[in-house]
Design a protein around this ligand. Structure first.
Ligand code: ADP
Length: 624
């Protein structure tokens, strides 16, 4: 079968795993530390038991001194009790620090999504990267989660190995006496080296074979990711209310059934991975298991022969067999973990490719002057803009100024650049040419959050959360009740609020509460408008949140909003001219350019202008 991806080098494996654990430590230091201490403790303490039991057995098989024996047994019991007590404490600490680990790790990349430049959020490539990370995380915990697992086994195996080694050294140091005749060959350095060599080869071979088996997952990473992606979609598609009707009308479930068996068949009994499991993957795993059994045989033989020849007593036999076996299993686990890290490395590369997307836009540090008189002025100066990857200009040489308290309308046909204009104003994108100024300073120089405190926007496709009404309006968990109610009143939601079963505490929709209330599109718009009023920012932008309303209802809503917006600057966007007649200034967009500016009265009189043309074309809708 053809390899999709070659393995990465050992040094890159080490570097990327080290980087990943540092990243997790930066986010969750206590979690990493609690693992560290708990694991070392768990790895080392069994040797105390092995050593003490060997002493007891030695005493039993030897002098059988009752006093010494009683002392040894009591000491062993107390020591083991203290160890068990401390182990339980450490485990509790580790478990409490790791609670929700799966989600905590996930938060590392979801947080990145919230901080990155909008231009990257809008980029399909970002979403492809993110969903690959998610799918690898969900389907088998590959990526960052696996790093924690590796860190755990790596620590445990190193300390298990070292502890075992410490108790094993004397196995080679204790020599067979002269009286043992030919058995003295067991003392010969060459023989000792041969035994060590055989043990090391077996210890190395077993995990190497297991890693060879695991490589088939990495080599087929793309198939694995696609399979998981489709399976996630398949498993969750029944939950989406918004597609439930379509699914029934078009019987889309049967189409999905075909997709799932066709494309995610890689996981099924006749699929790709099952094929590997029956073939090379299964073979390597079986060989790995068989080889490790050989190890036990060799070590039993060597230790028993030395004891037989009189090098040490029966107590030491149990100690050596246990410690050598443990040291070897530590070493074996260490090698296997290294293999797992190598298998996981390409998944980590994908994670870092995403986490390393640079944040270039929001670097400004100036604070926006908080003015009581709200005397803010915004200016677009020769602004042109192309969407990334697009050769066409969505905005061309736009020049406009607006001052606080004004009512500005941005009108034009669909696709003329109105929303793009607002996106630039809100710094979701930076202009390709020209600059936007707030009180004479390029908006790029301001701290982004500070700059955004000046604006409230209600987008056409605004979203409300399935949280309580009050929190939706305030966009915060704790809020000023009176102000929220006031904003809802102003937005025309007052009457409906008095019907809400739990007032502001009423959940919207039913996702998070059975008592949640379903609201209509019109009601949702009012809540979104209330949210823009609650923020109390000097500029409010309404980007056709009313698109679903008929022209008369939109005009009504815009006019009403005009009254409640008081001294704020409001920018109304619409493709329907009738809604914006009351504005102080109307900017007419056409193909990304402002082709006309003026009041409704001025514009409608210019019979050669675009505004007049649009007005005439739309007049049929609102002559009544
Ligand atoms: P309006 O709000 O007036 O309907 P837009 O500002 O949404 O117009 O769109 C202006 C132009 O930019 C249109 O030609 C549209 O196709 C294009 N456009 C909008 N969004 C994107 C985008 N994310 N990527 C590429 N082109 C876009």
């Amino acid at each position: 079968m053809k390899k999709e991806k070659e393995m990465i080098s050992w040094s890159s494996t080490y570097k990327i795993n080290y980087r990943a654990i540092k990243l997790i430590y930066r986010h969750y230091p206590k979690m990493v530390l609690s693992h560290f201490f708990s694991i070392i403790w768990t790895a080392l303490t069994p040797y105390v038991g092995i050593y003490l039991s060997a002493l007891i057995i030695g005493e039993l098989a030897g002098e059988k001194d009752t006093k010494r024996l009683t002392g040894l047994v009591c000491f062993t019991l107390i020591t083991e009790a203290v160890i068990a007590f401390l182990s339980a404490l450490l485990l509790k600490w580790k478990n409490s620090e790791s609670a929700g680990m799966y989600h905590n790790i996930k938060r590392i990349w979801t947080k990145k999504l919230l901080d990155m430049d909008f231009v990257d959020i809008d980029n399909i490539e970002t979403h492809k990267m993110l969903s690959a990370i998610e799918e690898n995380h969900n389907g088998g915990g590959r990526g960052l989660v696996a790093v924690l697992g590796c860190y755990e086994t790596m620590l445990s195996s190193i300390f298990t190995f070292l502890g075992g080694l410490a108790l094993t050294v004397s196995l080679f140091a204790e020599t067979v006496p002269r009286s043992a005749g030919n058995y003295q060959i067991l003392n010969h350095p060459f023989f000792v080296l041969l035994i060590l060599f055989v043990l090391l080869v077996i210890t190395w071979l077993s995990p190497v074979l297991a890693t060879k088996a695991g490589r088939y997952w990495t080599m087929n990473q793309n198939q694995y990711t696609l399979g998981n992606r489709l399976f996630d979609f398949y498993a969750s598609f029944g939950y989406h209310r918004e597609i439930a009707a379509d699914v029934r009308i078009y019987h889309q479930d049967s189409m999905l059934d075909n997709w799932i068996s066709d494309k995610t068949g890689v996981f099924e009994s006749k699929g790709l991975f099952a094929g590997y499991a029956k073939g090379p993957m299964g073979f390597y795993n079986a060989m790995s298991a068989a080889v490790s059994v050989l190890f036990t045989g060799v070590i039993y033989l060597f230790v028993c022969l030395k004891a037989w020849a009189g090098a040490f007593g029966i107590g030491s036999v149990t100690q050596y067999i246990a410690s050598v076996t443990k040291a070897a299993s530590g070493l074996s686990e260490l090698i296997e973990t290294a293999g797992t890290m190598k298998i996981n490395a390409p998944f980590l590369e994908k994670t870092f490719e995403y986490l390393d997307i640079p944040n270039l836009m929001y670097q400004g540090s100036l604070t926006v002057e908080k003015r009581r008189d709200r005397d803010y002025e915004v200016e677009f100066r020769n602004v042109s803009f192309q969407y990334p990857g697009s050769v066409d200009y969505a905005l061309k040489n736009v020049n406009i100024k607006f001052r606080i308290g004004e009512r500005l309308a941005v009108v034009g046909r669909n696709g003329s650049g109105k929303t793009t204009f607002i996106k630039l104003l809100c710094r979701l994108y930076d202009p390709t040419e020209g600059e936007i100024l707030l009180n004479g300073i390029n908006i790029r120089k301001y701290n982004y959050l500070d700059y955004m405190s000046v604006f409230s926007v209600v987008f056409q496709d605004f979203k409300l959360f399935a949280f309580p009404l009050g929190q939706n309006v305030a966009a915060k968990s704790s809020y000023d009740k009176e102000r929220v109610e006031n904003s809802l009143q102003k937005a025309g939601f007052g009457e409906r609020l008095s019907d809400m079963p739990d007032g502001l505490e009423t959940y919207l929709y039913k996702e998070f509460s059975e008592k949640g209330v379903d609201i209509s599109g019109g009601e949702a718009q009012k809540i979104a408008l209330a949210r823009s009023l609650y923020k109390d920012s000097p500029f409010i932008i309404l980007d056709e949140p009313t698109a679903a309303l008929d022209p008369v209802a939109e005009a009504d809503m815009y006019t009403r909003f005009n009254e409640v917006a008081e001294d704020k600057t409001v920018i109304y966007i619409s493709h329907r001219l009738s809604s914006c007649q009351f504005c102080d200034e109307i900017a007419v967009f056409e193909n990304g350019e402002i082709v006309q500016k003026g009041s409704h009265k001025e514009l409608v009189e210019d019979k050669n202008g675009k505004y007049y043309e649009l007005w005439q074309a739309q007049a049929q809708y609102y002559t009544e």
